[in-house]
Design a protein around this ligand. Structure first.
Ligand SMILES: [Zn+2]
Length: 499
């Protein structure tokens, strides 16, 4: 009898694919789950997890958090794979090389970036494989406008090169470049369809919000999916739809029923976050979203933006500076219900839109742990998955697994299996993720259903979630007894199959 490396003994083991939900043991060896069942032999590391849920680690399709410090906070929320698919990056090879050289606590991967390809082609910027480059150039008028046919060709060439380097899809931040012609968007989707990869869109403004938009943001996605046959993922449908979410989701539902490959995701928070220089945060456009300058908090200083003059100043001096955008009030039952509708939509994936950590002074070494005080981010970075369990799978007393609008297995399915399935046709590694089955990667989260909960708030956005007991990535503990294992960097690259 082979002795496993690790046995997780006596937990409530849930596999969202087969529906397994029973008290049993899980054996791990060589980075994989080798056995699930009772009476497994004693292992060198034999861990009693009675009273805990044992399930597949969470697969986040939408993570702008790139460094070790930020990814440790993600791991403390149960995330075992964090993918940068909405913004994407460029060159993807540079981003993969950097992550491999530095090491990562969780698995990582990148889409090609339409925005960065466009910034290079239209704005002449130099690409370095970092999200900061997008944020620093977010307000540059040139890249937000119409591209010439030659520039569109250059954008498509750049994207094709990154797809050839293993990019997982194409991220399309079209909502940040309102001058983009709809036919350019169609050509990007057609490229994705031809390559057999999905697109990940931050939608253009809805027509209700911006009547002068060249096309309604939701219509653009579903029409393009129908026209090109591309698999098109509608990112954070909560934050771009706000109070128009019913109209948007009905449109998506009709497109799905008609056979278009459109999927959605949402995160469980009422406020958004992005660079303060974003086109839709221009003072003259705030009214479209029922916002005022005071709806924004500038993260680097924590200040609530005083007035229009201060907003203009911040947009000019630090356009990539992150700002919290209060859109829906989670304490208002009507607003909370709007938010819930985007999370409850059939097969809506839980995805965080986790943000980079912002430091008021010098950026500490990414290996420094515990995290030095002062980092700012959005609480979704630290709390999305625990909060989703609490909102979607808990009874009124807060006990996860005892009720909730979705229930436990379905919430887990949306946090691990569905995102893995979205990618698995062209990313073989994803067939072994999002499942708690023998032969799958030992990316595992163990949590206490009685206490699991987010702790991060808008005031204290990096507070780790509570109740996440153990997290394994490729068979290595990155979180053990709710503490970060500091020398553990077992994350592996997730890349598309070479074509
Ligand atoms: Zn976005």
């Amino acid at each position: 009898m082979t002795i496993p490396d690790i046995v997780l003994r006596g937990g409530r083991v849930i596999d969202p694919e087969t529906g397994l939900d029973e008290i049993t043991d899980v054996a791990v060896s060589g980075g994989q789950i080798t056995e699930v069942g009772n009476g497994l032999p004693a292992a060198a590391v034999d861990v009693d997890v009675a009273g805990h849920v044992v399930t597949a680690g969470f697969v986040d399709l939408h993570s702008h958090t790139a460094d070790v410090a930020g990814l440790r906070i993600r791991a403390l929320d149960g995330v075992t794979t964090a993918l940068e698919l909405e913004a994407g990056t460029a060159p993807v090879a540079t981003a993969y090389e950097r992550a491999a050289a530095e090491g990562r606590p969780v698995n990582y991967g990148f889409a090609a970036s339409w925005a960065l390809a466009r910034m290079a082609a239209v704005g002449g910027i130099t690409l370095d494989g970092r999200i900061g480059t997008f944020l620093a150039n977010i307000a540059t008028p040139a890249w937000q406008g119409r591209a010439t046919p030659a520039q569109v060709s250059e954008i498509l060439t750049g994207l094709a090169a990154d797809l050839a380097d293993g990019a997982l899809g194409i991220g399309v931040l079209v909502g940040y470049a309102p001058g983009t012609r709809p036919d350019e968007y169609v050509r990007v989707a057609a490229l994705a369809a031809e390559a057999g990869v999905p697109t990940f869109t931050h939608a253009r403004d809805l027509i209700e919000l911006a009547p002068e938009a060249l096309i309604d943001g939701a219509e653009e996605i579903v029409r393009t999916a129908a026209e090109t046959g591309a698999q098109m993922h509608y990112c954070h449908v909560n934050s771009t739809s706000i109070r128009h979410v019913d109209r948007v989701l009905e449109l998506v539902g009709r497109a799905q029923a008609a056979g278009s490959r459109v999927s959605t995701e949402a995160y469980p928070y009422g406020s958004g976050m992005t660079g303060i220089g974003a086109a839709f945060l221009a003072p003259e456009r705030l009214h479209e979203r029922n916002l005022t300058p005071a709806s924004l908090t500038y993260a680097p200083t924590g200040e609530q933006v005083a007035d229009e003059a201060r907003l203009r100043e911040l947009r000019a001096t630090d356009p990539g500076g992150l700002a919290i955008i209060r859109q829906l009030d989670e304490d208002d039952p009507a607003d909370l219900d709007v938010l819930l509708r985007s999370l409850l939509f059939p097969d809506a994936i839980v995805a965080s839109d986790a943000m980079p950590l912002t430091w008021p002074g010098p950026v500490p070494d990414q290996m420094t742990w515990p995290l030095p005080a002062g980092a700012f981010t959005h609480p979704r970075t630290a709390g999305t998955y625990s909060r989703s369990l609490r909102m979607l799978a808990a009874d009124r007393g807060g006990r996860v697994g005892a009720g909730g609008p979705l229930g436990l297995t379905e919430t887990l399915r949306r946090s691990s299996l569905l995102p893995a399935r979205l990618l698995e046709s062209h990313v073989p590694a994803m067939r072994r993720k999002g499942r708690l089955q023998p032969g799958c990667d030992a990316d595992i989260v163990v949590f206490d259903p009685a206490t699991v909960s987010d702790q991060a708030t808008y005031a204290e956005p990096t507070r780790p979630s509570r109740g996440i007991r153990h997290v394994l990535v490729n068979g290595t503990f990155v979180v053990r007894d709710s503490a970060v294992v500091q020398d553990a960097l077992p994350g592996l690259p997730v890349r598309a199959r070479p074509r």
